[in-house]
Design a protein around this ligand. Sequence first.
Ligand code: MSP
Length: 474
Amino acid sequence: MAKYFISTPIYYVNARPHVGHMYTAIAADVLARHYRKQGRDVLLSTGVDENSQKNVDAAEKQGLPVQEYVDQMATIWKDSFDHMKFTYDTFVRTTSKDHAAAVHAMIAAMQEKGDIYLGDYQGYYCVGCEEFIAEKDLVDGKCAIHKTEPKVIKEKNYFFKLTKYRDQLLAWYKENPNAVRPESARNKMLSYITDEMQDISISRQAGQWGIRFPQDESHAVYVWFDALINYLTVTGYPDDSFKKWWPADLHLIGKDIIKFHCAIWPAMLMSAGLEMPKGVFAHGFFTINGDKISKSLGNAIDPRDLLKDYPLDAVRYYLLREIPFGNDGDFSLVRFAERYNTELANGVGNLVSRTLAMVEKYWSYMDISIEVDKGKVREIDAYIEDLAFDKALTAIWHEMSILDSVIDTKKPWEMAKEGKEAEIKEVLTTLIVGISTIAEMLDVLLPETAAQIKALVSARPLTKPVQPLFARKD
Ligand code: MSP
């Protein structure tokens, strides 16, 4: 059976999940459900990035031992994912023994290649970014993103000979022009590799938190270096069985972490003699009512709060429909509520209720077998495989508008007055086949809605739903 390995990034646990974090997870969930449906053996991985200095600082603030803090937060993240019915297959924690073993094996392979050396590091480090910053990138002596002064670090570090792989990376991307999408991400990656890439430090001397560097316990492995290796940990690496899954078919990431996934990670793999991931897709960023989502602004929407008021599929619908995957966009609660009422309650909800109410009234026993329109379903499948989720949903809603106009022009209630039974059955058959096709098209995008429609149209006798699919909220 063909396999499909898709990953989300692993999340820092210094704060609770917000809707921006959920974005990657929902997109990954759609793809995983899609390929499972196609009969592929799917591995969808997610998890948490626990060896970060941010987590140490957050634990300190709460007065908790770091391990206790990350244990608590890992549970919160996992519960949140479960609450969102996110169908991940593995949830990796980077404080696990398996992960440390994978990191050590990877370093050993890279050392054997002669790609790791001990050097002196002197420079600026931003804990917010978990990254070294070049002096030229500081604004008034501060990190441009976090507006905080970086730490000045001077210590011995282990370095990875990243620059050794510059030409090999560029050659690989030349041969694989679709390996990084969308084009904006590809350009960003190419300019980093060509103009900026330097050898990177992959260890820290200060601090006791993190995976110990092999043969030199006084160093911890640099958190990004360790985090990237999670994609191998989940395949079982270094056990030979990892070949079942590796290389990854798709790493889904946000646009802020392109350089790590499209330059550093592939170079690490080249060094260790492992295959390149088949693809990376970088999506854009959600703002909230125009502002960056941030803890300090206090505007982070917890998906759990949304789910108290709205069904899960409403959140999936909004995130996937509002902006083309790859672009930036705004999560506006006003637009969310508008889309809910017009496109979900009055849209799909109303169409399904109207159709079934008419069948109930004019033809309570449906004695036909329903064949969905496979061509239309395939059209949606193609959009999904292209990560064009907004286009998939737009096409499905277009299909609904056609069915709505069938009802409005044919007016089955008038046919009933005139006793045109054969015609009524014909129109209602078109509508039932239409909504069954819609359910099939929605299957992996809005799984609960699809399942509800399928249950409704397969019941005999057919009756209108007791509860509307999406109750209007005013
Ligand atoms: N731990 C690293 C990733 C390591 S992967 C080997 C990290 N974690 S994170 O928690 O800061 O971010 C995780 C993901 O969430 C990233 O893909 C990031 O781009 C995404 N998002 C964080 N905020 C977001 C929005 N406001 N909008 C969309 N995606 C967002 O980076």
